[in-house]
Design a protein around this ligand. Structure first.
Ligand code: SF4
Ligand code: SF4
Length: 772
């Protein structure tokens, strides 16, 4: 065995896998515990005793105190951990809590096959705040391929029942996610869809454990079939707008941007994990069981050795050696900082130990290459290396946003992050296979995509201006997930409009066909040419000297901007994809209507700058357009959509002060949508509904958070209005307090969500102090 890391000093260990039971009630034929090289389970006790668990907990607590660890994670594992029985499990959980919780935040998880999970187990896990992950390999056919009982019976129904239980409102907060082991025999998209249908809060895909001695199955002529499998899932996931975090994908993208990955299978981060087996022996990662018999052993035990002793074991230390501990091929590899040489166990070859690239090297190279740096086949504009799916937000962002207005730096960063995602989606539209029903529209789309790529290389700022328009994202989503009534070819041809708008902004001279929609030829973010009486589906448009024109000199309608002392916001009454809120948008505003809007916006700008300057600043930084809505019969009307960051939709209210409130209210939604791209404030798959003070019908968790955040802004604005705003302030304050309490009681929030809600509570409290 290589000893590259043997010279390393032990460092702190904060994650522990605690084997609470060594046998299983399933007999999966791909199981690395029983079916792979290491057979040490045969001589280990069946169960972890409470006494040994207590000693292990003491060792962990001592280590955490000595190294001042803020958090310790313990993953209860097996075999099948539920086989330990409820009494012993309670004893183990109680020992962990008693020893570790006084010195560090204790995060306990359990990984189960789901067969035995019932309400009693969930109640126990609720008591000890244990989050539960479940193994499922896809739909029934996929799962039955391996995950069967010893007598051949399927486990699928039992696992689905367990997942059903974890989705129940009273247990939903315990659901940690689903773990799926890949099998090439299974259709990747069907597997992904089946897992998504279980509404997990998180997914992960695992490569089946393998070594150079016992390599993964690879069909002839397919050099990287596992990468191909994963990339199919990845494309679906992107098209679905990343509906759930996927640990493997997120880890690759995080590592690509120099951030820690969330799995030891990816990246060069030091591995910070030890295993404690049922006899109390310290072991290396479970995946080592695939290498050779006895591979995970350290020869140490919690009965005789401290954590530092086990962490200093050469095999453990080798996994913390970073780049220097990798073989020469990996050290020279262009993607090594992302790949990290793959999972340690997957590098094993008899005679050479672990001093090799991963046996999945070709798959890792392809998968990482495609995800991070490929040209257009995988959703990146050709000039983009790599796509910046992940942006950094300034330190303290969550707290700054929770306080109400947030700040300009955060709002700017959120807009840039949205632009990155929009670029990726636009590229997905540009490179997607498409129909050839209408050659004119197909040509417009193809010419538009080609021009957009050229401009992106030559003048990326101009392309960014156009793709940064809020409705570029909404258009791309519509193309990738078309509604039943969509004219897909016409929608896709909008690529030409985007390209023409970018060419105008870049000052280029060019000519291309643009689609005609509703009598207009759109150059999004700039305006539209009237198509006149032409019945053609496309019209040739020339771009020169910063303007667009047709041969027939068609009339130009410009996007108009309402400029106040601070705001410079487009009143967007032209964009063909702006009508994606729940209320209908107006058509082109008449002269008097436009005048009312521009005067209203200027007055709102002046009032907000005076009364709530911190809100005015973020509106100035982040609000790109207001879409006029058709007025409601009674009262005000406004909306925001997740699909248009930087846009709000409002029916111009009759009373001047109401526009201030609507702008603030809706822009809070925009900011929160953006923030949720970075933070998991709540479990997105949680389908529960919660009662709120401002509506009769219970709302989904996301809706409650949004409403609370919007009302916080209104509470703060009302407070600034003094005596005039006192009644409104009382109302909004009570709404914020009531909703925060309901969210808290429902246990509907993640740790980040709790911080956010605590911040809102503090902010509304502070407004109470000011009111006094
Ligand atoms: S459920 Fe897990 S531990 Fe049990 S046999 Fe299957 S893979 Fe192995
Ligand atoms: S892709 Fe292959 S060579 Fe490159 S770091 Fe990963 S395992 Fe090593």
């Amino acid at each position: 065995m290589p000893t590259a890391g043997a010279h390393l000093k032990p460092t702190a260990i904060s994650q522990y896998v605690l084997k609470v039971h060594g046998r299983c009630d399933l007999a999966c034929d791909h199981c690395y515990v029983y079916q792979h090289a290491d057979q040490s389970w045969r001589v280990k006790p069946r169960s972890l005793s409470v006494a040994t668990a207590d000693i292990a907990a003491r060792r962990i607590a001592e280590h955490a105190a000595e190294h001042r660890l803020p958090q310790v994670s313990v993953i209860l594992h097996g075999g099948e951990p539920l086989l330990v029985g409820q009494d012993a499990m309670r004893g183990i959980l109680s020992a962990l809590a008693a020893r570790i919780a006084p010195v560090a935040r204790l995060d306990v998880r359990l990984h189960t096959n789901g067969v035995r999970l019932d309400e009693r187990w969930c109640e126990l896990f609720d008591e000890y705040a244990v989050r539960v992950g479940v193994s499922l390999d896809g739909d029934r056919a996929a799962n039955d391929l391996h995950r069967r009982h010893a007598d051949g019976r399927s486990s699928h129904d039992q696992v689905l029942q367990a997942l059903d239980l974890l989705r129940q409102p009273q247990f939903r907060h315990l659901f940690a996610g689903i773990l799926c082991t890949i099998d090439l025999a299974n259709d990747p998209v069907a597997v992904y869809r089946a897992l998504l249908a279980q509404r997990p809060p998180r997914l992960d895909f695992l490569l089946p454990h393998a070594t150079w001695d016992d390599p993964p199955r690879r069909p002839a002529g397919r050099p990287h079939p596992y990468a191909d499998w994963l990339l199919e899932v990845y494309r679906c996931w992107i098209r679905d707008q990343r509906p759930v975090p996927v640990r493997l994908f997120d880890s690759v993208l995080a590592a690509a941007h120099g951030r820690p990955s969330w799995t030891e299978a990816i990246g060069l981060d030091p591995v910070d994990l030890l295993v404690i087996d049922t006899d109390g022996s310290w072991e290396q990662a479970d995946s080592m069981k695939t290498a050779f018999d006895g591979a995970p052993a350290t020869g140490m035990s919690v009965h005789s050795h401290a954590v530092d002793d086990a962490a200093a074991h050469p095999g453990v230390a080798a996994r913390r050696g970073g780049l220097a501990a990798l073989c020469a091929s990996c050290q020279a590899c262009p993607v090594v900082r992302i790949c990290g040489g793959g999972l340690y166990a997957h590098r094993y070859r008899s005679g050479k130990g672990f001093d090799n690239p991963s046996t999945y090297c070709t798959d890792l190279m392809e998968f990482i290459g495609q995800l991070t740096a490929s040209p257009a086949e995988v959703f990146t504009l050709p000039s983009e290396q790599p796509p910046r799916l992940r942006h950094e937000l300034p330190a303290g962002t969550l707290e700054a946003m929770a306080a109400g207005p947030g700040d300009v730096a955060v709002v700017t960063a959120l807009a840039q992050a949205r632009l990155s995602v929009t670029r990726m989606l636009v590229a997905a539209v540009g490179t997607a296979p498409h129909g050839r029903g209408d050659p004119e529209l197909a040509a417009a789309a193809a010419d538009g995509w080609a021009l957009l790529c050229e401009l992106d290389a030559a003048n990326p700022g101009a392309v960014a201006e156009v793709l940064g328009h809020p409705y570029a994202y909404a258009w791309a989503i519509r193309c990738l997930s078309p509604p039943p009534d969509a004219d897909a070819e016409l929608d896709r041809a909008h690529l030409a409009g985007l390209a023409a708008a970018a060419a105008v902004r870049a000052g280029e001279t060019t000519e291309l066909p643009l689609p005609v929609r509703g009598g207009l030829i759109h150059l999004p973010s700039l305006g539209a040419l009237e198509a006149g009486t032409s019945q053609d589906r496309t019209v040739r448009v020339s771009v020169a000297a910063g303007r667009a024109a047709t041969q027939d000199g068609n009339t130009w309608q410009a996007v108009r901007r309402a400029a106040g002392p601070a705001f410079r916001v487009a009143v967007e009454d032209l964009d063909p994809f702006r009508d994606c809120q729940q209320w209908p948008a107006t058509g082109r505003l008449s002269g008097p209507e436009w005048l009312a809007w521009t005067q209203g916006m200027a007055a709102a700008d002046r009032r907000l700058t005076k009364l709530a300057p911190e809100y005015a600043q973020v509106l100035t930084a982040g609000l790109r357009c207001v879409v006029p809505l058709r007025p409601a019969a009674v009262g005000t009307r406004s909306a925001t959509t997740r699909q248009a960051f930087g846009a709000v939709a409002i029916a111009l209210p009759a009373h001047p002060g109401e526009l201030d409130e609507l702008l603030l209210h809706e822009f809070q939604h925009t900011k929160l949508y953006g923030l949720c791209e970075f933070y998991e404030l709540f479990d997105r798959a949680d389908a529960r509904r919660i009662r709120v003070p401002w509506r009769a019908d219970p709302r989904p968790v996301e809706g409650v958070l949004h409403g609370t955040y919007a009302h916080l802004a209104l509470a703060q604005l009302s407070q600034r209005r003094g005596a005039v705003g006192h009644t409104a302030w009382l109302r909004y304050r009570d709404w914020v307090l009531g909703a925060c309490e309901a969210l808290w009681e429902a246990k509907a929030l993640t740790a980040e969500g709790q911080r956010f809600v605590a911040g809102m509570l503090a902010a509304v409290d502070a407004s109470r102090d000011e009111q006094r």
